[in-house]
Design a protein around this ligand. Sequence first.
Ligand SMILES: *Cc1c(COP(=O)(O)O)cnc(C)c1O
Length: 221
Amino acid sequence: MTGYRNVYDEVSRVSGGKAVLVAVSKLHPYEAVLEAYAEGARIFGENRVQEIEAKFPLPEERPEGMEVYLIGQLQRNKVRKAVALVSRIESVDSMPLIQKIEDESARIEKTIDVLLELNSSGEEQKAGFRSADELFDAACYIISSCPHIRLRGVMTVGPLGFDYDKNREAFIAAEQAFSRISSLSPDIDVLSMGMSADWKEALEFGSNEVRIGTAIFGERK
Ligand SMILES: *Cc1c(COP(=O)(O)O)cnc(C)c1O
């Protein structure tokens, strides 16, 4: 058994049933994915294209309703595989990457869901757009020029370590970036923030999708 059921019940209770739970299965084997699936999990988060390719069956061969989201940094040379293997890319953080995703999705006549990632903590090593202005411009570009991308919202990763005030600032910045783009399209309805250590705080600041790994599957090796 995984911790999926407990985490799901807690997230449902705290969010009043409003938040979606992404089960982050990176570095755990496919057997663990199937266990969580049997317990009700449908959406799995992975951070590397190669790991998705090695671990999961092809989309049409996966169990009914199983979805895989890419939540980790995506290199341009992996975009072709990524758009074929996942239904959503949550870590889109540059204009060249957006263009590449549009081109590769058009090539296979697919429309892919994306979230724009905000670097809400200002940490140098973190991925994500550096400011809400840059993120807003990217959103406008997708809406006006990328017919094979459906923009769904904003994703952020809270600051390293747990500090309530820093988390709070990061979550507020992401919520503001989300509010700013949400009027651009009715499809924009996802604010993805919160992991094992900080999901309750993220929900307080408007998250409607949490990405939880450790609390479900245990420590990663
Ligand atoms: C690994 C990861 C998570 C889950 O982290 P846990 O602390 O194990 O819950 C969430 N989001 C992203 C982007 C990740 O890389």
